[in-house]
Design a protein around this ligand. Structure first.
Ligand code: ADP
Ligand code: ADP
Length: 230
């Protein structure tokens, strides 16, 4: 469903050019749970952003469902992202002055659905992550683990087939991390695909396939790959 062909990203610095990613080739099948590991500065975030249509490669192609993402106009690419991709960040990126319900409704504002439909959908999503009794809480009134679950509910709002996660357990204690990882297992069993950048060995262990990056190069690609479904 997602491929990178000979993808490089070069940043031009004053003294020299840096390849954040060098000639990456990856094929990710529907239903895969893939982790990306490697030292800080090795190119993990660069890879994730390019997979999500958020950062243009210097050369090479990224395709999602057979569509070359960076041959699309920025508007078309944004539309593709909204239809297929959900993001989870380490810092949750919740809006502090909005309630949990309103935060989850953000992606739904852009749909034409009636206000009540948006509200009931957001309520269901918060119930799904165990926060049905926290709809009107603002992020600061929730524990860190609860904030991450609000972020998961918001990520699910557009029913993404592809979930991209950057250090999703990075701010969480072991107990809360395992709750988030259990949700990831559920998302996989629903047929979604997850690509997760992580420093957390326990999180990396849960993924079936592990990609190791060092110095902008993929140096290891191990584990179970799903049958590739374009
Ligand atoms: P990681 O996520 O593994 O920590 P990154 O993908 O963030 O690594 O960065 C890879 C390399 O690219 C690093 O050397 C970093 O300094 C460089 N880099 C990342 N973003 C930029 C940018 N916007 N401008 C210049 N260099 C960048
Ligand atoms: P946890 O033990 O799950 O990390 P806390 O001890 O921080 O959570 O909070 C316990 C409960 O109290 C949580 O369910 C949270 O929703 C609620 N809570 C925490 N802080 C506030 C607050 N400032 N206002 C309202 N509810 C809060």
């Amino acid at each position: 469903m997602l491929t990178m062909n000979n993808v490089s990203k070069r940043y031009t610095h004053r003294r020299s050019d840096v390849y954040a990613l060098h000639d990456a080739n990856v094929e990710i099948g529907t239903g895969e749970f893939l982790s990306i590991v490697g030292p800080s500065g090795s190119g993990k975030s660069t890879l994730l952003l390019m997979l999500g249509g958020m950062l243009s490669p210097t050369s090479g192609q990224v395709t999602l469902h057979g569509t070359s993402l960076y041959d699309l106009s920025p508007n078309e690419r944004a539309k593709m992202r909204k239809q297929h991709v959900g993001f989870v960040f380490q810092g949750f990126n919740l809006v502090p002055y909005l309630t949990a319900l309103e935060n989850v409704m953000i992606p739904l504002f852009l749909t034409n659905a009636a206000q009540e439909t948006q509200e009931s959908r957001a309520t269901e999503l918060l119930q799904r992550v165990g926060l049905g009794d926290r709809l009107d809480h603002k992020p600061a009134e929730l524990s860190i683990g609860q904030q991450q679950r609000v972020a998961l509910a918001r990520m699910l709002a557009n029913d993404p087939q592809l979930i991209l996660a950057d250090e999703p357990t990075g701010n969480l204690d072991p107990e809360t991390s395992s709750i988030v990882l259990a949700f990831f297992e559920q998302f996989i069993s629903e047929g979604r695909t997850i690509v997760m950048v992580t420093h957390d060995p326990r999180a990396a262990e849960r993924a079936r396939r592990k990609l190791r990056i060092d110095g902008g190069r993929i140096i290891e690609d191990a584990g179970i790959k799903a049958r590739i479904v374009a």
